[in-house]
Write a protein that binds this ligand. Structure first.
Ligand SMILES: CC(C)(COP(=O)(O)OP(=O)(O)OC[C@H]1O[C@@H](n2cnc3c(N)ncnc32)[C@H](O)[C@@H]1OP(=O)(O)O)[C@@H](O)C(=O)NCCC(=O)NCCS
Length: 349
């Protein structure tokens, strides 16, 4: 890993980032999140809460395959997450398998009990589906990545729906959706802000992120609680800002207690060509049923149009069985785009 941009190993690192971007572009097309080598390095340099091992397959100097790992360092966490990618013109030669073998070997050293992978599956409307163990949705059975994962003993625990929303959303439609939700939300104020999050909201946001790691549906996946505290929450924001990203937050404040009880976040890359990403949304269990999920999303969509008026699209992923979130997105006007799978392989530990 180079110490800094341009230092020893930088050319090889750029080759690695280019390779990852090429495979990402192939799988997700024009909606792919392309990260600059500088952004990838910045992320790799922060490993206080997640260890981020990388393996590369080289042919001479050329990067032809990679495995990117994420190992949560929270107490008791026993999962390793990995994304494997092989250059399109080097497939079916055992490179993916060789990378996976290395990952499994290291997972064993670390005492991990599961290996998990979140995989985007290009659509094939004619293909039969591998059904998700969650009971909702599935992914195309005949895709190469599906065959690879099944062959190597992974099971599909959960299918997610990737969807997109054309912008700007008709303001009358947003007003109407907001009006319906407002009827159920007396006692809450909707607020918006941008990273870095102000000190008076940090602890509340940390709690929301902690809950996000366990309350979002995870089907049969082993989902360990992520220990988010104020320091980690601050570091997370600082990293995005340093990467040139604009993070738009919207939240709901419970008027009686002053607590932030819901949040949603949208990421905008500095490059306006990159499709903005609607990421986490959570309403604390105790405050569900008041339309807060809709209201925070509406507020953030309005912010997005104000901050980046040229945006023509945003994308998001939701677990298929997450009926409430999928319903909210449908109501806002999101349409299906692609599916992704949460795969898990049990390890001896
Ligand atoms: C999935 C991926 C990593 C596989 O890499 P690879 O180097 O081609 O994999 P291997 O050569 O080791 O294939 C191992 C086995 O997977 C299965 N497989 C892989 N590609 C296949 C295909 N196109 N058709 C049928 N089976 C296939 C086969 O069982 C194969 O064994 P075999 O060649 O002896 O029949 C590669 O297709 C890829 O990079 N896809 C895009 C990124 C991605 O979706 N990654 C998800 C994995 S985490």
């Amino acid at each position: 890993m180079p110490d800094a941009v341009g230092s020893d190993g930088w050319a090889e690192f750029v080759a690695f980032a280019d390779h990852v971007n090429a495979v990402q572009r192939e799988v997700e097309g024009e909606h792919a999140l392309i990260r600059s080598p500088e952004q990838v390095l910045l992320s790799q340099q922060h490993q206080d809460y997640l260890e981020k091992p990388v393996w590369v397959a080289l042919e001479g100097e050329q990067v032809v395959g990679s495995a990117r790992g994420r190992r949560p360092l929270d107490d008791g966490a026993a999962a390793l997450f990995a994304q494997i990618a092989v250059a399109a013109d080097r497939r079916r030669r055992g490179i993916g398998t060789a990378l996976l073998d290395r990952v499994v070997e290291h997972a064993g050293h670390w005492g991990c009990t599961t290996l998990q992978s979140f995989v985007v599956h290009p659509s094939d409307p004619l293909a039969p589906l591998v059904p998700a163990a969650s009971g909702s949705g599935g992914v195309p059975a005949t895709n190469p990545e599906t065959r690879f994962l099944v062959r190597h003993g992974f099971t599909l625990e959960q299918a997610s729906l990737g969807s997109t929303l054309a912008l700007p959303v008709d303001p009358d439609h947003l007003d109407q959706v907001e009006k319906e939700a407002r009827r159920r939300s007396t006692g809450y104020d909707i607020v918006t802000w941008q990273a870095p999050t102000a000190a008076h909201r940090i602890d509340d946001l940390a709690l929301l992120r902690r809950r996000m790691s366990t309350d979002a549906p995870s089907a049969g996946r082993d989902a360990d609680e992520e220990r988010w505290d104020a320091a980690r929450t601050r570091q997370h924001d600082a990293m995005q800002v340093a990467a040139g990203r604009t993070v738009l937050y919207a939240g709901a404040v419970h008027r009686a207690s002053g607590q932030l009880v819901a949040f949603t976040e949208l990421w905008l890359e500095a490059d306006p060509q990159v499709v903005p990403d609607q990421l986490d949304t959570l309403v604390l269990r105790e405050h569900r049923g008041h339309g807060l999920g809709v209201l925070v999303k509406v507020a953030n969509l309005r912010r997005l149009v104000a901050v980046r008026p040229g945006s023509s699209l945003i994308k998001t992923f939701n677990a298929s069985e997450n009926e409430h979130m999928v319903a909210i997105n449908r109501r806002l006007g999101f349409v299906p785009w692609i599916v992704s799978g949460a795969w898990q392989k049990r390890l001896p530990g």
